[in-house]
Write a protein that binds this ligand. Structure first.
Ligand SMILES: [Zn+2]
Length: 885
């Protein structure tokens, strides 16, 4: 018997003593009696506990499953922490001044005592089922999605009917008489993961963001203590969700609710890490207690219509509604680069009273997740979060993007003890990676076809992503790491052969291995390739394959049976579908074409007659400027419409410098020029300077000089090209003192050192396609059917359809993807047609560039197109300005 744990009676005694010592802070009452007559104790902690029921509250329930002792242990420790730190710790004082903690340390006292004294693996309560079996799984006995079953022996037998048990009745009575409960946390073991509540449908819920952030912020507090990373996993609705659980019962009543699975083992044999698990959860609980008020009637309302106005390769303009009742509030904007991220000071990017924010300095082709809440200036009470906004920035002009998924026969795992079946694992089972007693050592294998990437691609960014779906088999804390290796496909004749996969010598193992305590479930794991690793991907382009092996620990410490992680492959019976498939995101550019253009014509232009074929600049005998002019034709560069100039420079070489001249500096500019004569040059339209000025000293040392085009100058070059205009470059000298008869001679057209315009370019479509026209929504057999007209353009690749329940999706990534393909229609197969929502349809090319979307708002009785007006805000401002406001 492990004496370190308190018995139920010892817990009650300890709390009774605490109540005597802190009568204003803590109160204890019984909320019902169990089958065996034990009182179900509810502890209330709040400053001036007599008024506790008037404050927003956190409800804690522990040990509803008898063997999951962490619930009661953590409860006692958390109460002790509050009492020890009141009033010395201001965070504790603030949490308890504004909020109330309701805590049932053990919701299953009979089962807990049975587990402690007789059979540690006991889970249910101790109802006598009358057939020789005992127990109801209390967490299957609540009224939401309750399932009738006659299998009384089952460990998850839910009881004869919903709320048949005194324990669930007691908590039901309490919750129904306490509307101040805003957050409910149900503590279980094991898994180091949060399981937020569900509403059993495929629609995003308005509270979905709040739930994820609540869990993420708690996970962040845990991480601060032990560096352990808790997962956040909402499961895939509506299948695979449990029946009759407390979590959904609370959530159904409008309470933010989550299960917290603590530790890596669920029975009381995990003493080694018990104190770690308790300690790391205390700050998380304090955070949750302190934030209950932000979800109460006292809080400002959730901001509405949080959306994007515009997005480019490097910035995003976010906007939201501002109502007059928000005048006493400001907004907090948070940005993260992964979903289910915390919102803390660390990623708070703006505090503003405006209803718009422009986020600059973003990376191209990257995903960003934005969160927004209001804060009352005076009370500092915060609002719930607006539904999360997801964007992917556009690609830079020279970039292409490609997301690769493996085919079913290219994704699977090979096990040491499952050799006869390894081939069947491909496209079928999840990836089991690590080691356990039944499968032995297991490797994940993913074989990407990369032959669709052009062989001249230059990889700029590569990220491999895997979705961890279950970490229950990883039972040992702080043991082992998981990593990804690139294998040479030529070394492997059969990717389903364990021995070959095990024996392969990796070309490279990606830099960042994941430690066991960083393994989460429900949060994508990404491996971003380093420069050297990207080079390896590039080297594989010729072979057309990128073969990855994922490996975990390969042996078990004594007395352990499993350290195995399960990742989704998105195929097979247990797979979550395409959204959960392993993937490789590549951003690349292509090796450019290179042309060196000689000038077609040049002049020296001064007050005198222009001299054709001679190239000089400086000052004439009167001290007036002499210009050198060169004309270039871009006609040999084909396909003006779809090329991107990636680099350009102008090279010019001096023949002789004037002696005894004062120092001069030489500048080169692109100009619009009517004629190569003095008047035209004087009146020229200066378009852009190139590169840096060159001094006469530089020129004396290095006669050949390069003037680089910056991005804006390159755009002008593209413009000239598309308008089939001649490019005129003017070179001239400046000087600090007036000079006479100081001329530089430049090598001219017929010289070997003639001036050149050097251009590098790639072929790539720049403009997105047309917006799909005539988007319509109709109801067909209870499903929303969307239809639109085809886009008639050569570069058309497909349509991309997205749904968002809260705001019009202006980025293809801001919502649930419904369809990508060439058809002119799709059905929303999982959406609930009774809930109003927005649909956007984008067309895209092979870059891909996405068009401005066609968007509509659908509700069962009305379908309204959404018209985007990009410049509305500016127009408004101008109008007011013109009106003299
Ligand atoms: Zn449990």
């Amino acid at each position: 018997m492990k004496k370190q744990y308190l018995s139920y009676q010892e817990t009650i005694d300890l709390l009774s003593k605490a109540m005597e010592k802190y009568p204003n802070l803590i109160r204890m009452q019984s909320i019902g009696d169990t089958h065996e007559g034990r009182p179900i104790m509810m502890v209330t902690v709040s400053q001036d506990v007599a008024y506790a029921d008037l404050k927003p509250a956190l409800l804690y329930t522990g040990t509803i499953h008898a063997r999951e002792w962490i619930g009661i242990e953590l409860a006692v420790n958390f109460i002790q922490h509050l009492l020890d730190n009141y009033p010395s710790n201001p965070d504790v004082v603030e949490a308890l001044t504004r909020n109330t903690l309701y805590m049932v340390p053990c919701l299953n006292p009979d089962g807990f005592e049975y587990s402690r004294q007789h059979f540690s693996f006991w889970r249910k309560n101790r109802r006598d089922n009358g057939d020789g079996t005992f127990g109801v799984d209390l967490n299957r006995n609540f009224g939401i999605n309750f399932r009738q079953s006659k299998d009384t022996r089952s460990n998850i037998y839910g009881g004869p009917e919903a709320f048949s048990e005194p324990e669930t009745q007691a908590i039901k009575r309490f919750v129904e008489s306490h509307d101040n409960i805003r957050i409910a946390l149900d503590y279980h073991s094991q898994g180091n993961v949060f399981f937020p509540a569900h509403k059993f449908n495929h629609e995003a819920e308005i509270e979905g963001t709040d739930l994820n952030i609540l869990c993420a912020n708690m996970a962040n507090e845990i991480h601060k203590v032990t560096k352990r990373q808790y997962g956040i996993h909402r499961g895939k609705p509506p299948a695979n969700l449990i029946h009759g659980s407390g979590r959904e019962y609370y959530y159904d009543r409008g309470i933010l609710s989550s299960v917290v699975e603590v530790g890596s083992r669920n029975i009381p044999d995990y003493l080694i890490n018990m104190s770690q698990s308790v300690d790391e959860n205390i700050p998380a609980l304090l955070y949750a207690l302190g934030t209950a008020i932000n979800y109460s009637d006292l809080a400002p309302k959730r901001p509405e219509n949080f959306t994007i106005k515009d997005v480019s390769a490097n910035q995003a303009v976010l906007c939201w509604d501002h109502q007059s009742e928000d005048d006493g509030c400001y907004y907090q904007v948070y940005r993260s680069e992964s979903p289910k991220h915390h919102c803390t000071r660390e990623n708070l990017i703006a505090i503003t009273s405006q209803n718009e924010y422009t986020d600059k300095q973003l990376k191209s082709g990257h995903r960003y997740y934005y969160n927004l809440r209001k804060v009352d200036r005076v009370s500092r009470i915060k609002s719930p979060f607006a539904p999360e906004l997801k964007i992917k920035t556009n690609l830079e002009k020279d970039e292409f993007a490609f997301t690769l998924f493996p085919n079913p026969e290219q994704a699977g795992y090979v096990g040491e003890l499952t050799k006869a079946h390894n081939a069947e694992h491909f496209g079928n089972n999840s990836l089991f990676i690590g080691v356990n007693k039944t499968k032995g050592i297991c490797y994940g294998v993913i074989d990407f076809n990369i032959d669709r990437i052009p062989s001249d691609a230059i990889i700029k960014d590569a990220v491999f992503s895997l979705y961890p779906m279950n970490r229950v088999g990883a039972k040992i804390e702080n043991y082992g790491e998981w990593s990804v290796s690139i294998l040479n496909p030529d070394d492997i004749s059969d990717i389903t052969n364990f021995d070959e996969i095990q024996a392969a010598t990796p070309l490279q193992t990606l830099g960042n291995a994941i430690d066991s305590d960083q393994l989460t479930q429900g949060i994508w794991k990404n491996w971003r390739f380093s420069a050297m690793e990207k080079q390896l991907v590039q080297d594989q382009l010729e072979k057309g394959r990128l073969l990855l092996r994922i490996q975990g620990p390969d042996h078990l410490p004594l007395c352990n049976d499993s350290q195995m992680m399960q990742f989704d492959i998105g195929y097979g019976r247990f797979g979550g579908g395409i959204h959960y498939r392993p993937c490789l995101d590549l951003i690349y550019t292509r090796r450019p074409y290179h042309v060196a253009l000689a000038a077609t014509d040049c002049h020296t232009i001064s007050r005198n007659e222009p001299q054709q074929g001679v190239l000089q600049c400086g000052f004439d005998e009167h001290g007036d400027t002499v210009f050198g002019q060169m004309a270039f034709s871009l006609s040999c560069i084909s396909d003006a419409k779809d090329i991107v100039i990636t680099q350009a420079y102008f090279a010019i070489e001096s023949e002789s410098l004037p002696e005894e001249a004062q120092p001069m500096r030489f500048t080169v500019e692109i100009a619009e020029l009517e004629n190569p004569d003095y008047d035209s040059v004087k009146q020229r339209e200066k378009i852009e300077f190139l590169g840096y000025e060159v001094s006469s000293e530089d020129l004396a040392k290095t006669p050949r000089q390069l003037y680089m085009f910056d991005s804006s100058a390159r755009q002008h070059l593209e413009q000239f090209h598309s308008e089939r205009k001649t490019v005129n470059l003017i070179i001239r000298a400046t000087s600090s003192s007036r000079q006479k008869q100081a001329l530089v001679n430049w090598h001219s057209l017929d010289s070997e050192q003639r001036p050149e315009l050097v251009i590098e370019y790639i072929e790539r479509r720049k403009q997105p396609l047309e917006t799909p026209q005539n988007l319509q929504a109709t109801l067909q057999d209870g499903l929303v059917k969307l239809a639109w007209d085809h886009v008639e353009e050569d570069d058309f690749v497909g349509f991309y359809v997205v749904r968002n329940c809260f705001h019009p999706p202006r980025s293809p990534f801001d919502g649930v993807k419904l369809y990508a393909g060439k058809d002119g229609y799709t059905f929303d197969r999982f959406g609930n047609a009774n809930i109003p929502k927005y649909y956007s349809v984008f067309s895209y090319d092979n870059v891909p560039n996405y068009s401005v979307p066609a968007t509509l708002k659908f509700s069962a009785d009305e379908v309204t197109p959404v018209v985007y007006d990009e410049f509305e805000a500016q127009d408004e401002i101008e109008k007011r300005y013109r009106n003299g406001d």
